[in-house]
Design a protein around this ligand. Structure first.
Ligand code: HEM
Length: 506
């Protein structure tokens, strides 16, 4: 032992003593944090079993690469309902149609909460609509949105014409490529988000509106970042927020920029408003805000209006856009399926009649293709995270209030009990022996239960009209010698990797 190391504490200078004391204190605090973290990681009594958790990070690694696939595989070992520790956040994973129905439908109120994870708290303070805790805040916001969808959206007769008008802008923009290969991503994104914009702002944005485009781009980037390792690390260890690096930094920067932009356009679209004579969702929200001014329990606020508008734009854009991009990709990949859709379109509305929702019941094959795209491509494979609003029991397991619940919707669409050869893209599975369309129980792309997708009807309208109008006018194929990557790009939603498509007028 060196003479220096052997020095007893009383031989040190006052400065060295202070350093030693601070070091000891730091070590003590770190040990306390470690013990606290390890205690948080203990599985509650009666909780479902699950894979062994590592110290500190628990099972966070399960969520890194194609988590929906791994979570389904794990359910084959631990059962349809099992648990994971996401770095001190106790979580249950629910797999397969039967188990998801048991939770989201049979115990709909109990499973209708959202988890108060640090990321969501920082982004929306658990307000707005999509991330809102289950209670008055959620009811107020959902009611306003549902009413607006009725008054300014799919509930209105002329809304279908407005979607068709947007489709025309979309098709004309595609025509400008004159058969040259292009990536359809931003055109589809713009066209689809404009449908939601009609409800929110009463207006569409032109495809060359750079400011709006930039907002959608960084918002969409956040959907990817929100499912990144950094986001999960931030949820487990929010103190990493002080680090000068990490993808969560970019996520917060993007969110701040988006909210700033939304605040400005909300102000612009609420100008010249007449109280109680709403023209769009923003006016309706401000009317309700006025009506509830003296209610101390009201959750309505200008801040929650910004969150709600942002959530509706992104929930409506990212999902439907990805579904259409997958549909285009699979039509080019399977020309025989595309050909059958072409034949059905030609026989029902010919080359000139504008496709309308009235045609839908006569077009079982097209319906089957769109359903198969939603089943096979799993746009939101893990839905949106839920949480339990109360202590409960499912399949004999005790699930405490506040447990995070991940519903693996992908596992439902690949559940062998309900689907034969689920790994094959086969629209015919949605047709009966008379080639008529049949609904399938285990088809849940929009989720089920109290928090089910608010935009389901709108999304179905958009998918049908955009898809039929696109295929009525064009033949789709990949540029010669190219086959795109069929693996999905990971995020909260699954999207195709960028790919080029060529279109020719039919
Ligand atoms: C193909 C298109 C779409 C798919 C696959 C889809 C899927 C989903 C899924 C899986 C959820 C989670 C439900 C849950 O928590 O259990 C959800 C929620 C939601 N979706 Fe969609 N969605 C689509 C289109 C839309 C559109 C067009 C809008 C509106 C413009 C929209 C608005 C919402 C909202 C607001 C929620 C949150 C509901 C709540 O928390 O009460 N979605 N969607």
């Amino acid at each position: 032992m060196s003479a220096h190391a052997a020095l007893p504490l009383f031989g040190l200078t006052p400065f060295s003593k202070l350093c030693a004391a601070l070091g000891t204190l730091l070590l003590f605090l770190l040990s306390l944090l470690l013990v606290r973290q390890l205690l948080k990681q203990r599985r509650p009594r009666g909780f479902p079993p699950g894979p062994t958790a590592l110290p500190l990070i628990g099972n966070l690694l399960s969520l890194i690469n194609e988590p929906h696939v791994l979570l389904k595989k794990q359910s084959e070992i631990y059962g349809q309902i099992y648990s994971l520790d996401l770095g001190g956040i106790s979580t249950i994973i629910v797999n397969g149609y039967d188990a998801i129905k048991e939770c989201l439908v049979r115990q709909s109120d109990i499973f209708a909460d959202r988890p108060s994870l640090p990321l969501f708290k920082k982004l929306t303070n658990m307000g707005g609509l999509l991330n809102s805790k289950f209670g008055r805040g959620w009811t107020d916001h959902r009611k306003i949105a549902v009413n607006c969808f009725r008054c300014f959206g799919p509930g209105q007769k002329d809304f279908e014409c407005k979607i068709s008008e947007e489709c025309m802008f979309f098709l004309d923009a595609i025509d400008t490529y004159k058969g040259k290969p292009f990536d359809a991503k931003w055109l589809v994104t713009n066209a689809v988000s404009n449908i939601t914009n009609l409800i929110i702002f009463g207006e569409r944005f032109t495809y060359d509106d750079k400011e709006y485009q930039h907002m959608i781009e960084i918002f969409s980037e956040n959907i990817e970042l929100a499912a990144s390792v950094w986001a999960f690390l931030y949820n487990a260890f929010p103190w990493i927020g002080i680090l000068p690096f990490g993808k969560h930094k970019r996520l917060f920067k993007n969110a701040a920029e988006v909210y700033d932009f939304l605040q400005k356009i909300i102000q612009r679209f609420s100008q010249n408003r007449t109280s109680q004579k709403p023209r769009h969702l923003i006016d309706s929200y401000l009317d309700e805000l006025e009506n509830n001014m003296n209610d101390p329990e009201s959750s309505l606020s200008t801040e929650n209006l910004i969150f709600t508008v942002g959530e509706l734009i992104i929930a409506g854009t990212e999902t439907t856009t990805n579904a259409l991009r997958w549909a285009i990709l699979y039509m080019a990949l399977y020309p025989n399926i595309q050909e059958k859709v072409h034949q059905e379109i030609d026989s029902i509305m010919g080359k000139n009649q504008i496709p309308s929702l009235e045609h839908k019941p006569q077009m079982p094959y097209t319906e089957a293709v769109l359903h198969e795209v939603l089943r096979f491509c799993n746009i939101a494979p893990l839905g949106i995270f839920h949480a339990t609003a109360k202590n409960t029991i499912v399949r004999g397991y005790s699930i405490p209030k506040g447990t995070t619940v991940i519903t693996n919707l992908y596992s439902v669409h690949f559940d062998e009990k309900y689907w034969s050869t689920p790994h094959v893209f086969c629209p015919e599975r949605f047709l009966d022996s008379n080639k008529q369309f049949v609904k399938k129980e285990a088809f849940v792309p929009f989720s089920i239960g109290r928090r089910n997708c608010l935009g389901e009807k709108l999304a179905r309208m958009e998918l049908f009209l955009f898809f039929t109008m696109l295929l009525q006018r064009f033949h789709l194929h990949f540029p010669p010698g190219t086959i795109p990557n069929l693996k999905p790009k990971m995020g909260m939603t699954l999207q195709p990797y960028p790919y080029l498509i060529s279109v020719e007028r039919r």
